[in-house]
Design a protein around this ligand. Sequence first.
Ligand code: PHE
Length: 373
Amino acid sequence: MSYTVPKLTNYSAAALENAAAKCIRACADDAAAVRNEAELKAFRDRWIGRKNGVLTQINDLWLKGAPKDAKREAGIRVNEVKARIQELVEGARVGGDESVSAPAERVDISLPGVRRPIGAEHPVIKTTNEMVRVFQKLGYSVADGPVVETDYYNFEALNFPPNHPARDTQDTLFIAGQQAKPQRERLLLRTHTSPVQIRTMEKMRPPIRIVIPGTVHRNDPPDASHSPMFHQIEGLAVDTNITFGDLKGTLDHAMKEFFGSSVKTSFRPSFFPFTEPSAEMFVSCFICGGSGKRGTDNAPCRPCKQTGWIEILGCGMVDPNVFEFVKDNGYDPRKVSGFAFGMGADRIALLKYGVDDLQLFFNGDVRFLQQFA
Ligand code: PHE
């Protein structure tokens, strides 16, 4: 910037106008040449800096130095210059005037932006959400509870007394160093989502209808159909006069909604400590249509092992012994009844997507997972 404020000797209107125009042009040129924040600051100081900025100098040289009879004219000019310079300083930006900035610093809006992949639901989560939605439409709400659970909620309150052999079917990892604690307080990785039945009944009085999706753990070495960590979707309905008919009707409806209206359900007797009577529910194989054979060459249907039926879940009527643990919150076994069910979300996802190895869900190989996006 080579502009210096001239000392005026001629205070004619023309001379004042000329000096003002030169000053403003110099400021505009200077503004256009600003390239970075440091230069922007220097530019501001140069023009409006209180101590020795151009505006201060103009005030001193042009106004204070003006002869008496030219003061008025000089005052008007100086005010004009001030206003214009103020505007230029406020409007100045790094990069300056488009027409004079270097091409390398321009933003090329025709270039593609940075694309960030947004990810997608994991197939197990997707399956879980779809199943949960089926029950939400029936008026169920979603409940959850801790994955690190106490022995009390995972076993005892579900009618697995200490040392009962039914515990062997659900071995798991226990947190170390808890021998000093009473057994019911010891922590473990929950083996099923059923403890959330108790936790929810402790908090909410009947009637309730809940679904509980969640992660569970068991002492199962990983193979094509087992994993030490997997996912369940639990359900619980408690009210007065809930019957096994309600259980069958609800689950039959849910399976038709989820797999398609042509699937049939079949209930076979089973045992769980926390339901009585208990059952395993099968759906007719939605791959072979229940025939056990596939295609024109009658190849054996693998998912149903040629039986035409696929086991989907465990269920039953809530055992009165379970209600005894939450009796004080309105669950008097003589007044209320209910049903519960629990299914493996991973197994359903395997069947639904025709995946033959459970481990693929957990290896985290993006090439596999991308197929479900
Ligand atoms: N919790 C049982 C299991 O993991 C499944 C189940 C839930 C059975 C609810 C009956 C009622 O095997």
